[in-house]
Structure formats: C-alpha cells, structure tokens
Design a protein around this ligand. Structure first.
Ligand code: SF4
Length: 369
C-alpha cells in the first residue's frame, strides 16, 4: 500500500493533467491567478470580503448566495474538508481538500469553487471532483447519492452531475488507471499545451524538447543539433488557416515559459552557485534611476530649474493619472477613473480624440485558469 507521502504529488487537482500526460507533475509555481484564487477561496470560506475589488466581491457573493440556498436543510456542513481518496483495493490513496461538503440525509453536495476564467471540464467527466466524490462516499458510509457542483462565477457557470455510491467503482478504476500509468518507470509522455507549461519536468523533458526545439531551430541558425523538420514545414508567414496559427500561438506560449524557466535556472546556477554558463556572462543591471517623489525632486532642484524646465523633463502617463484619480474615487466608481481623465484631457486639447489614437492591433491569450 502506498503512503500519502509517496503520492502527494498526485492530488486530485493535478489528475486532469496526469491523465493527459502520465509524466506530468505540478511545478507548484505560483502566479497572480493562483494567488487571487487562494484569496477568493479564503473569502468564500470566511465570508470576509475586505480588500476585494468589485469584481472579486461579485464572484464571492455568487458563491455565498448559492451555498446559503442549498444549506437550508443541511444536517452537516464541512468547509475545506480534507479527504482520503482510496483508488485501489489494497488501500492505496491520495489526499485532497474539498471546498465545501453539505450533507442532507443520505445525499451529499460536493462543491468546488473555480475563480478563474478558464473552461472547466463538465462535472460528469471532471476527474478532480470525481475523486472528491469517491473520498466523500468512503468517508460517510450512510451516503447513497451525491451531487457534484463546480461553481465558476467568472464564467457565470454552474456545472453539476449526479452520482450514486455504485458509480464510485468506475471512478476508482479510472483513478487507478491514471495513477498506475503515472507510476510506470517510463511513462508514455504526451507533450500538450494544456499541462506542459505547469509541469515541473518541462525543463528536462525529452518529449517536450523534441516537440519544441525544432521551432527554436527555425529562428536560431546557430543551433545545428536538431534535424527534425519544423511542424510539417509550416512557416508562420505562409499560414492562412486561423486554426493552425492558433495552435502555433499555443506552442509559442509553452516555448516562452520553457525559455523563461531555462533563463531562471541559468541565473540561479551562475549567481548562487558561481557556475559558468558557456557563452553567457553574468551581469548586473544598473540600479533604477526612477525618481519616486516628483514634488520633493522639484523642491530640491528649484534653484537649478524653472518650473517650465522641470515640467518639460517630466513624463506622465494616462495609466498613472487614472490610478491617482482611482484612489480618490469611492468604491464602485473607480472603474470610471480612466474615462474621466481621458475626457478632461481631450477637452483641454492635450489628448488626441479617441478615433485618432494609436489602435495598432495585437493578440492576447484568452483568460484561463
Ligand atoms: S513536460 Fe513532459 S512530462 Fe511534463 S506534461 Fe509535458 S510531456 Fe509530460
């Protein structure tokens, strides 16, 4: 039987990616979306909304309203419940934490909050919430049925599925299959744009390198180590098909993260361990010369520069001005700060009319978890 420690890397929240590629293991790196998710989970658990912006308050309220509605007849309510998920007859298990479990008689509501923008797998195939359901049925022996609920306020979605205790046999088999494949000595690696960017093996993964480095070779003539033909010889400049160029952008995004991780590791080896990275010198940037307090700078230099000369040397941006005004506006009106500043400057002739401003297009990845 495996101990929790042996399987701690394979928690329910990682199983989706492990099912896609058995070699996947979470890098556990944080980012602003993950940090926001943690903050909103905490607010949903405690009901304290201090410090949240309007949109975040709306998301947490959506969750709290739903929970209030289904809690009316509850026999038991468990927040942030840690569950053991047994996936093999020998008792092998993984552990996870369910956001909320509500027991009503022999029925359970098993609820997971998703505060991101990304698409979430439907509740009837979602392996994370299925694993939680397995753990909850095991924990509460009187349960006969359960509703799994994925609450996704940013997408205005609520995904539900109904399960019986008998369904848990199939769920257990699915979990066993995923984890058994993941435990193989040489798992069948499947590079993919969903999981690789969050995988801790992405720097050293041969399968991922084989997929990505030919693309790097196309633009780095000095790299002669790779002979693989680039993606069926697709040159981005020749591609007319939006589906193909979309896939190329996905791969580019993984490549960007891979490159970022390589740079970070190289810097760590060079700076912290004094190792030499062939072809690269360790340098330090010049400390920032940005002056934070314009008023103090003006007072200090008043004997050297006239007000006009000082203003000529100063830069202000729309973003800075909007932020300054936003700080003074009451809650709910902060979002109008930018518009107010733009209109005032336009009317004073200091800002080009909206239709005359630079509208150079660019692509931004749709928001995801
Ligand atoms: S980096 Fe490698 S091991 Fe990790 S998910 Fe991608 S293909 Fe799998």
């Amino acid at each position: 039987m495996s101990s929790p420690e042996e399987h701690h890397e394979l928690g329910p929240s990682t199983l989706k990616y492990v099912e896609i590629c058995p070699g996947y293991r979470s890098s556990n790196e944080t980012n602003k979306f993950a940090e926001e998710g943690t903050m909103l989970h905490s607010a949903a658990e405690t009901g304290k909304l201090d410090g949240l912006n309007d949109e975040q308050v709306r998301c947490v309220r959506t969750v709290l309203d739903y929970v209030k509605k289904i809690s009316t007849d509850a026999d038991e309510i468990h927040k942030e419940m840690r569950v053991k998920v047994v996936y093999r007859e020998d008792g092998s298990s993984i552990f996870g934490t369910v956001d909320l479990v509500i027991i009503v008689g022999t029925h359970a509501f098993i609820i997971d909050y998703k505060f991101g923008y990304g698409e979430v797998d439907d509740a009837d195939i979602n392996i994370q919430i299925q694993a939680y359901a397995k753990g909850i049925f095991d924990k509460f022996s009187d349960l006969k049925t359960a509703t799994t609920v994925l609450l996704i306020p940013r997408r205005d979605e609520l995904l539900e599925a109904e399960y019986t205790r008998e369904d848990m046999e199939d769920v257990g088999m699915r979990l066993d299959l995923i984890i058994t494949k993941a435990e193989e000595e040489t798992p069948d690696l499947r590079p993919n744009t969903e999981g690789c960017r969050f995988c801790k093996h992405r720097l050293t993964c041969q399968a991922l390198s084989d997929k990505l480095l030919p693309i790097a070779k196309k633009y780095e003539k000095s790299v002669d180590d790779f002979q693989t033909v680039l993606w069926h010889n697709y040159d981005p400049a020749q591609v007319e098909d939006p589906d193909v160029i979309g896939k190329m952008l996905n791969v580019a995004s993984v490549l960007d993260r891979w490159a970022g991780a390589a740079k970070k590791q190289a810097l760590k080896l060079a700076e912290e361990e004094g190792r030499e990275i062939p072809g690269y010198d360790l340098r330090w940037r010049t400390p920032s010369t940005k002056i934070e307090n314009a008023q103090e700078a003006y007072d200090t230099l008043a004997h050297l520069l006239t007000p006009e000369e000082f203003m000529e040397a100063s830069n202000v941006t729309l973003a800075q001005l909007s932020k300054a005004l936003g700080k003074k506006l009451p809650r709910g009106e902060k979002k109008n700060a930018r518009g107010t500043i733009e209109i005032a400057l336009e009317e004073a002739g200091m800002l080009a009319a909206e239709e005359d401003r630079d509208r150079t297009p660019y692509l931004k990845k749709a928001k995801k978890l």
